[in-house]
Design a protein around this ligand. Structure first.
Ligand SMILES: *Cc1c(COP(=O)(O)O)cnc(C)c1O
Length: 358
């Protein structure tokens, strides 16, 4: 039976990547060693690292104004690193649209003065994010922070930011899923376990001019300036995670890059949302302009059927569909690695379940 894993994270990785990693697990590139056994300073590993960095620059269309860092501590590590490096004695604006941006602001409050604005409104029973022109961002802010895709809530912001202060975005669950104008961002970060690779690793893309803000008091492993100066090797980087990320980037580039993923991701999301909208048995509570293409929460009209739905889905190889505990219902995470066949299998199952239980 084919298993389709809809987990929000750690999430499914591309099958071709997993097979390649398996085939060279104990003997990489005729070194007689696994990648994870090689020194991070060996020329072999440096080649992997350089390739990963070059691919990220290509996939995101980054100019030379940016540096790309690999850090430890996942997405949440950056909830601390961002204010530690960028805030100093200033203040920052945090825009909240769901549980991850909320967690980010709670962490930032530990380090300095932050103001918070919830930009979600309910229109006709659906959640929607107010236009960026109505976000309150002060001229003297050290930065504005937001989360373009709320993994738990299923809210995505497609509007391009344009503010007078540096823009910081938590792209953990949307990076590489659609084209962005990277020049609109001053710092992008992402935990790896959604669209990049194994958990623990975080990717940070930062404008070099911001590095001057990193004071010596910032803990070294979280210091952007130091990490940049040491090519992400101040301490031992998560080498195997970087290697797997490199394989994912190779796979992306071989398959048409971010533009091609965007077309596919739109198709997958449209199919799932149409199935939900065309039934009175399933519902989703996000306004169409903000519906996430990566994380699709949905509810059954009768929540008493939730456990039956999950059990039957699992029997058919459709796993990890249980919604986040604070949202309830179901959630299908359909990142880059989810083939359209997985979404088709899910929608067919949903229609059949509605026919037999609706
Ligand atoms: C998963 C996620 C995080 C947290 O990542 P960790 O690696 O668990 O720290 C942060 N932000 C967003 C948007 C996420 O989806």
């Amino acid at each position: 039976m084919t298993v389709y894993n809809f987990c929000a994270g750690p999430a499914k990785l591309p099958e071709a990547v997993m097979n390649k990693a398996q085939s060279e697990f104990v003997n990489w590139n005729n070194t007689g060693c696994s990648v994870m056994e090689l020194s991070h300073r060996s020329k072999e590993f440096i080649a992997v690292y350089d390739s990963a960095i070059a691919s990220i620059k290509q996939l995101l269309g980054l100019s030379d104004e940016y540096t790309v860092l690999f850090m430890h501590g996942g997405g949440r590590g950056q909830f601390s690193a961002v204010p530690l490096n960028l805030l100093n004695s200033g203040q920052a604006n945090y825009v909240t649209t769901g549980s991850w941006s909320q967690a980010a602001v709670e962490e930032a409050k530990k380090f300095g003065a932050v103001t918070e604005q919830n930009t979600v409104e309910i229109v006709g029973g659906k959640k929607q994010v107010i236009s960026m022109s109505d976000w309150q961002v002060s001229q003297d802010s050290a930065y504005v922070h937001y989360c373009p895709n709320e993994t738990v809530d299923g809210i995505e912001i497609f509007e391009q930011p344009s503010f007078d202060v540096p823009v910081v975005a938590d792209m953990s669950s949307t990076i590489f899923s659609r084209e962005i104008d990277s020049s609109k961002f001053d710092l992008i970060y992402a935990g790896a376990q959604k669209n990049i690779g194994p958990s623990g690793l975080s990717l940070v893309v930062v404008k070099k001019e911001l590095l001057a803000r990193s004071q010596e008091t910032v803990p070294s492993v979280f210091n952007y300036k130091l990490t940049h100066e040491k090519d992400s090797m101040f301490n031992t980087p998560p080498t195997y995670a970087i290697y797997l990320a490199k394989l994912v980037f190779d796979w992306l580039l071989e398959n048409g890059g971010v533009a091609a993923q965007e077309v596919l991701n739109k198709k997958k999301a449209d199919l799932l949302y149409q199935t939900i909208d065309n039934s009175s048995f399933y519902s989703n509570n996000i306004a169409s302009a903000n519906r996430s293409r990566m994380n699709v929460p949905f509810f059954l009209a009768n929540s008493e059927l939730d456990s039956t739905f999950l059990a039957q889905a699992e029997n058919q190889g459709l796993v990890a569909l249980k919604g986040h505990r604070i949202v309830g219902g179901m959630r299908a995470s359909i990142y880059n690695a989810m083939p359209i066949e997985g979404v088709k299998a899910l929608t067919e199952f949903m229609q059949e379940f509605e026919r037999t239980h609706g």
